[in-house]
Write a protein that binds this ligand. Structure first.
Ligand code: CTP
Ligand code: CA
Length: 222
């Protein structure tokens, strides 16, 4: 048994994964979000556990079941996800930011439900904190992996994120493509490394994509 354990690629490694969307409330009954299902992040958590890691999953609202043996922290807003991630960051070996974080939030959040009236409602939006960029600035020994959801210019935008956020690897996917968009059961990832490498993974199930991604990531550990 011990021999088998040592062969596992992520044996005893601490892996932090974020998944799902974040939600930004404008009043107690309305919010802004995106189409993230959480499937890719949960698949990575499950695969990391299977590969021997000690896994923490920080997740926005999803309808998915948490893989067994995985420690979970549930959050709603981007700020909550930021705070939860920062609390765990220092003692992780690998951090994979798969969550589809809301980029903007209502500048004002009303305590009571807004009533409709004859006028239109103009909502002022302000930027949320970029969690991954903050991690990139704080990075010590951790392998930092980001995702890039694009509809065009995949390579250019993905590489820009890799650099700007000080990542070791970025997993890009074309969310406008059949089979790799939000809510899909499959994914087609392109991995860009900070050393300039590019690896195109095939269109496979999200479970398989997770395994392939983690195998690449394990090679970045020292
Ligand atoms: N991300 C984050 N915090 C944010 C926004 C994004 O941590 N406020 C992370 C995501 O989890 C993902 C990566 O940054 O790992 C890229 O997210 P993406 O939405 O593709 O890129 P953005 O930098 O937000 O730029 P844009 O949406 O304009 O493409
Ligand atoms: Ca974004």
């Amino acid at each position: 048994d011990e021999v088998k354990e040592e062969k596992l690629l992520l044996h005893n490694k601490k892996v932090l994964i974020t998944a799902g969307p974040t939600r930004e409330l404008v009043d107690p009954v309305r919010y802004f979000t995106n189409f993230s299902s959480g499937k890719m992040g949960y698949a990575i958590a499950k695969a990391a556990k299977k590969m021997g890691a000690e896994v923490t999953l920080i997740t926005g609202p999803t309808s998915l079941e948490v893989p067994s043996g995985v420690t979970v922290k549930r959050v709603v807003s981007t700020q909550e996800m930021h705070d939860a991630v920062m609390e765990e960051f220092h003692n992780q070996d690998i951090v994979i930011k798969c969550a589809a974080v809301a980029d903007y939030k209502p500048a004002v959040r009303y305590e009571s439900k807004m009533k409709k009236n004859k006028q239109d409602w103009h909502i002022e939006m302000e930027k949320t904190v970029d969690i991954l960029e903050s991690l990139g600035q704080k990075k010590e020994h951790q392998v930092l992996v980001g995702f890039a959801a694009e509809t065009n210019n995949l390579e250019e935008y993905a590489r820009r994120k890799l650099e700007k956020k000080n990542l070791d690897l970025v997993a890009a996917n074309d969310v406008s493509k059949e089979g790799s968009g939000f809510g899909s059961e499959t994914n087609e990832l392109v991995l860009f490394g900070k050393d300039g490498t590019k690896k195109v993974l095939p269109l496979v199930s999200k479970d398989k994509a997770a395994e392939m991604l983690l195998t690449e990531v394990s090679e970045l550990l020292d």
